[in-house]
Each structure stands twice: as C-alpha cells, then as structure tokens.
Design a protein around this ligand. Structure first.
Ligand code: ADP
Length: 478
C-alpha cells in the first residue's frame, strides 16, 4: 500500500512533543513491514537541508489567488520525508509559535495552507496513494480538502491529544477561499467557531487514538473535551492503538547519555548510576532510600495541581519521610515551578531541575527506583514505557495509556509492574507512593522480580504497526 502520513512535526526533523516521536517511529516500522510510506510535513527554517532534494512545485488556490509552494524530499529508514516549503514555515523559527506559549497569529492560515496542499501535492507528484493518515488538529482539514478535490483515497485521523483542537474564529475559514461544510464548526448557534480537529473527526473514514483506554475515555463527558458526543456517534469507526517506544534511543544496555550501562540480567550499572545521581544532585548517598523521579512538562495535565495544591499538601507530607527522595525534571507552568523551588529549599530530599535536557532525562530514568506519573489524563504517555524498560517502576494514575501499560503490583503480586492509583487525588498519590516505598523496603525479592517483568514487557512498535496495517487493509478492501 502507498501511505501518506500528514503531520506538523516528525522526528528527527522537528519536535515539540510525543506526536513527533510517533511519526518518527511508526513510519519506519510500517516501511519495514513492506508498506510504501511518505511523511508530508512543513519545512521549518530550523530543519537541516542536508540530504534533501528538490521535489514537485505546484500552486494551491487560497482566497488571494494561487499560492506557489514547493517541496523537498529525503529518504531515511525506508521512508520518504516530504517537506512543504512556503514562507509560513521556512521563515519561522518555531512550529506553532516562537515560544511554546505564544502561538503565531496566523496559525489558522498556515495550517489551512498545509492541509490544502495535500491533494495538490498528490496530483503534482502523480503518486497513487491508497491511504492518507492525518495526525492531530494541524492535519484536521485534510479529509475535507481531499473530498473537495474529488480525490479517491481513504483517510485515517489519529488523535494524539484531544485537548488541542485548532480552534479559530469562524471568519478564518474564508482564508482558504472555500465553502466549508457545517461539520467543521463547533459551539452553539451564534457562537460557532472553526475547529480543525473536529473537521478531521467528522470527515475521516476511520479515527484512531493512541491507546485503547483513551479511546473509551474520550467518549465520556469527563475526558471528551466537548467532542464526546461526536466520538460516541462514530464509535464504530474509532479504535485505540497503543504507541510503541523507540528502542534504539531508549536502551539501558547502550544509552548514549550515561556510561553505567545495565541489562535485565546484570543490573549493577543501575546501582552505580543511582549512586552517581544521588551524589551529583546532593541527595543523601544511601542505596537503601528509594529514589523517585518525575520528568514531564510541568502542567496541570501531569498532576502537579494534586501534588502541590489543595487542602492536602501531599508532596510536603511525603518529603517529611526519611525513606523518600524525589528528583523533578521539567519546565512549564511558572506557578508550579516556583512552588517546587520553594519546597526544594525546605527539604534536602527534593531536587528540582527546571530544564529540558535529554542527558538529565536519560540519567534520571536509569538511576531512579520509581517514576511518579500522576497524570490527570494521558492519551498514551511515553515516559512510563521508558521507565518500564529501564526497570524504574511507574507509580501512576490508572488512565489512558498508563492503564494499558502498567499492571498494579498490590492487586497482582505475581504479574505487577508498577503501582496504580484508581482515582487521582492527593490521598491516592500518597497511598500509591507509600505502597511503593513499603514494597521497596520490605519485599526486596518481590521488587527484583517486578523489575525483571517490567524490563521485559514488549513495548516495540512492531505490534502497533501491524494493527495500523490491519486498519488500512479494512479500508482499502472495503
Ligand atoms: P506529552 O507528549 O504529554 O508531553 P509524553 O510522555 O507522551 O508526554 O512525551 C513527552 C516526551 O518529552 C518524552 O519523550 C519525555 O522524555 C520528553 N520530556 C518531557 N519533559 C522533558 C524534560 N524536561 N527534559 C527532557 N525530556 C523531556
């Protein structure tokens, strides 16, 4: 099959989050299984042009007339990456904005042009495509434009995070110069707005999201971000397929960010790494104190509200325990960053590193005993997978992809791989962390077995890529 992936970011060329990781791993995994895959992406100014060659040039009709664009392409790991060149992308230093907090004012027009370029690219490249697979809101209008251009191609739309919908003024729709159908708008009569993600959900042939549990959750009001009714309407076409993880980038036997390598059989390197990290960060150097880590955006989604606020200051309470060390790595919400820094001053068993750094993230994953992930919601989540693979048992909320990848040790002592909170609250965080600490202190043998199980869970892309191919097959044969 010929498959065109459409995404605003893809590793190794551009990345702001998990979406880019998926594009960079799923596409080669599909190619390895014999599919012909191209990835259509914007060519931002920061992408290294080395190895790219010129591709088709064409025009896209927009409100102001025919807009000239060009493409460049490069083959990597069996996949052809096609970059769309236009000043909207080639003259911008960011993906969605110059910083992650200030989106560009013309994002509606930028991603309308990006989506509308897809059918014109397919025509110009004379490429007989079977499936166009669109990812997140920036590719939300693609199924509409393909239909509008009477292209005979099947479409799949993947939700990586339902909370980001590409919500713009209704009047922005004139920019594309098309008559846009009612389905792409959301909100009450009189206040209808353009919603690019909703356009994808309405018009794609099939919808997927990145874990089976998240696929169920987004059909409920609590997790549906205002679109649960639509996802219930389309539930026959909605499927959750769990992401895999990058086994080359994240491998404790050969991790390029630390020398203390280890494996399932010989974990002495993990102990050495823990000792070094305890020392370098100024923790008490004691192998018997469980070291917890959190590596994430510092945001409400990741559970910082429950951890730091409310009537029950659970982090404060945990930090008064001798048998608890916590290393927090992340950047984000300034209010939470300040609260963490204040707590760090009061407790020598808390270290807060406000940074986005691969070295630090890899070292912490390798060194820690537990990975704390009290996310309010988690479409799939990658860090709990890295943690399992690094023998760092996750302590997490049973939601989305966390529910699909972690088995609770308390309920399942012989198969468990982590500690789960049924509901997210300050009390449940305290309960789960304390269960983990007790297990660590009182059941060394159980702990070693759980680490072995965690490190041998199959988290590769192979199985997930097979599920996507099955889905593509049902469309192309249907
Ligand atoms: P989300 O996409 O919601 O941010 P994921 O767990 O799916 O969460 O993916 C986050 C990715 O970003 C992971 O690869 C994680 O290791 C990385 N990451 C997050 N914060 C940091 C940080 N401060 N330093 C290095 N890597 C980070």
């Amino acid at each position: 099959m010929n498959i065109l992936m459409v995404s605003s970011e893809a590793v190794p060329f551009s990345k702001s989050g998990g979406l880019a990781d998926v594009l960079g791993s799923l596409s080669p995994a599909l190619a390895k299984k014999g599919e012909v895959v191209r990835v259509f992406m914007p060519m931002y100014s920061f992408i290294d042009r080395k190895g790219f060659r010129k591709g088709p040039r064409f025009t896209v009709p927009m409100l102001n007339g025919e807009v000239a664009v060009s493409t460049v392409s490069r083959k990597l790991d069996g996949v052809e990456y096609v970059g769309l060149e236009h000043p909207y992308f080639t003259e911008r230093s960011g993906i969605y904005g110059d910083t992650s907090f200030t989106p560009y004012a013309d994002n509606a027009e930028r991603f309308m042009l990006f989506a509308k370029a897809v059918p014109y690219y397919l025509k110009a490249a004379e490429w007989n495509c079977d499936i166009v697979h669109c990812h997140d809101w920036t590719a939300g209008l693609v199924p509409f434009y393909l239909k509008d251009c009477q292209m005979k191609v099947h479409t799949v739309f993947t939700i990586h995070n339902l909370a980001y919908q590409g919500d713009f003024s209704r009047f922005d729709t004139v920019l594309g110069g098309d008559r846009i159908p009612e389905e792409v708008f959301s909100g009450p009569a009189g206040g209808r707005r353009l919603n690019m993600l909703k356009a994808g959900l309405e018009l794609a042939d099939k919808i997927t999201t990145v874990s089976p549990t998240y696929a169920e959750e987004i059909q409920t009001e609590r997790y549906g971000c205002g679109l649960d009714w639509l996802l219930r309407e389309r539930k026959e076409d909605l499927k959750g397929i769990l992401n895999g993880m990058d086994m080359h980038e994240w491998n404790p036997r050969s991790d390029k960010f630390f020398p203390e390598h280890y494996s399932v059989k010989d974990r002495s390197g993990k102990n050495e790494l823990k000792a070094r990290v305890q020392k370098e960060y100024g923790f008490k150097e004691d192998p018997n104190i469980p070291l917890f880590t959190m590596i994430s955006r510092i945001a409400d989604q990741k559970g910082y509200g429950e951890l730091l606020g409310g009537n029950h200051p659970v982090l404060e309470e945990l930090l008064y325990q001798e048998n608890f060390q916590l290393l927090v790595i992340g950047t984000g919400d300034k209010h939470y960053e300040e609260k963490l820094k204040e707590a760090e001053k009061r407790h020598d068993n808390l270290v807060v590193n406000i940074a986005f750094s691969s070295v630090t993230a890899h070292e912490a994953e390798g060194a820690a005993d537990f990975f704390l992930m009290p996310s309010r919601y988690e479409p799939c989540g990658l860090n709990q997978m890295y943690s399992l693979h690094y023998g760092t048992l996750p302590v997490a909320h049973r939601t989305g992809g966390l529910a699909d990848t972690i088995i609770d040790i308390t309920a399942n002592p012989s198969t468990g791989t982590g500690f789960l909170m049924e509901d997210l609250s300050s009390e449940s965080i305290s309960d789960a962390v304390n269960r983990a600490i007790r297990y660590y202190k009182e059941n060394r043998e159980g702990m070693e077995k759980a680490i072995t199980r965690a490190m041998t869970v199959d988290l590769s892309w192979d199985k997930s890529a097979g599920e996507y191919i099955e889905l593509y097959n049902t469309l192309s044969k249907g």
